[in-house]
Design a protein around this ligand. Structure first.
Ligand code: IVH
Length: 395
């Protein structure tokens, strides 16, 4: 009825109407959007020592004890950074981070995300508010998207970050609308006609009152040892967390202290990204084994030079099916990027064919079942190759 009403009376369409989440016509391209305040990056820390050194630098500038500093610690979400601008509480613009100064205007795409409020909630809505955060794709949504892409023979994304970024850069917002994307707010870029609380953690609470999702894994701790303990705790839980996290961001919580610390070049002095071990590594494809599943489907399994990735040593990865081998153009002896995240089976996400020094043998899918030697079959409209004699084949 709302759609009908709005089509009869277009003057009644408001930018926060639920009908405006989808339906915008495909764009020709994305306009450039200059960020009023640059979107900065973060310096990295790779060890306990790096965090201790960061805290010492902060303490020296603040002329206090490192053990007294309150740090807000939160997961570093591995997605695509975006900025959302609200005027009088209504979403007017959304943009990618781009190079930090200028991004791409992707408002119609961002509107399709349920987690992007079209209108802010509550009593304390400022005249102008720029909210920053990360658009992420959960593992389940990512796997489902790639599964569908493999069935349709369309583009498969290497990881949830690329899937999130790629989904946001669709010219047709109706495609973005089908992707399972979530916006998680992590800061305010700019505010006018309103005031922020005195600390980062209170700002996160304020953002959640306004209707934004924020990470529920955030904690305020005192001193760098406690921050490092939080890092260890998140790293421990990493496999159970449903999104890709590539580290923990440790931020000085107090805004007054943040302003004393200021910025160097393109990063704040008051925050650091404590990075986790990578979930993607390069290794060598040693060969491919073919396994007969319970229903007779033949699954190619890559044998890999063992590599430490995502916290475990990986020596096997699924190659899904014959189409996937063809799509990757994987050859025995190739350098490949293997990814392991969460409970998902390790995958080969890319073949580094530019590192191929000489001609390498193709991976040949067998004609007959490796278990019972019966001729394999392939349904025309299916990616799976199977052994029709599956009952005889032990899984
Ligand atoms: S704060 C000046 N908090 O990390 C501080 N960033 O290298 C700027 N990121 O592009 C960011 N999770 O998109 C902050 N909880 C978090 C974050 C986070 C992910 C990304 C952010 C930025 C990059 C900085």
């Amino acid at each position: 009825r709302l759609t009908q009403l709005e089509s009869d009376h277009p003057e009644l369409i408001s930018p926060d109407s639920p009908t405006q989440r989808v339906g915008a016509a495909p764009a020709e391209g994305f306009p450039e959007v200059a960020h009023a305040i640059p979107m900065l990056s973060l310096d990295n820390a790779f060890s306990r020592d790096d965090i201790a050194a960061f805290a010492e630098r902060v303490a020296e500038r603040l002329e206090c004890q490192a053990s007294e500093i309150a740090f807000s610690c939160e997961p570093k979400l591995d997605g695509a950074a975006v900025s959302l601008v609200y005027e009088q509480g209504v979403l007017v613009s959304g943009a990618t981070r781009g190079d930090g100064r200028t991004g791409e205007g992707i408002t119609s795409n961002l509107r399709t995300l349920r987690s992007v409020p079209l209108k802010l909630m509550g009593q304390q809505v400022p005249e102008l508010l720029e909210v920053r955060g990360e658009v992420i794709m959960r593992h389940a949504g990512f796997e489902a998207l790639n599964e569908r892409a493999r069935e349709e023979g369309s583009k498969v994304f290497a990881n949830p970050r690329n899937a999130a970024a790629g989904s946001l850069r669709q010219l047709d917002p109706r495609i973005t609308a089908t992707r399972q994307l979530v916006f998680m707010a992590y800061s305010v870029g700019h505010i006018e006609g309103g005031t922020l609380p005195n600390s980062h953690s209170e700002t996160l609470s304020y953002l959640s009152q306004l209707g934004f999702k924020t990470s529920n894994l955030t904690e305020v701790v005192e001193g760098w040892q406690a921050a490092e303990a939080f890092v260890a705790q998140i790293l421990e839980q990493r496999d159970q967390i449903e999104v890709d996290i590539d580290g923990v961001v440790v931020k000085v919580n107090d805004f007054e202290q943040q302003s004393v610390l200021g910025f160097v070049a393109r990063a704040p002095r008051w925050a650091i990204a404590r990075k986790f071990p990578a979930q993607e590594e390069v290794t060598t494809l040693l060969g491919v084994d073919f396994r007969v599943g319970r229903t007779g489907t033949i699954t190619p399994v890559a044998r890999l030079q063992p590599v430490f990735v995502g916290g475990v040593t990986v020596s096997k990865a699924t190659l899904h099916n014959a189409d996937e081998i063809a799509r990757l153009d994987a050859r025995v002896g190739d350098q490949v990027i293997v990814r392991r995240a969460g409970d998902v089976i390790p995958q080969i996400v890319k073949v580094l064919d530019d590192r191929r020094a000489s001609e390498l043998p193709n991976v040949v899918f067998p004609d007959v079942c490796p278990d019972c030697s019966v001729m394999l079959t392939r349904d025309l409209d299916e990616a799976a190759i199977r052994c029709e004699n599956s009952l005889a084949c032990p899984a």
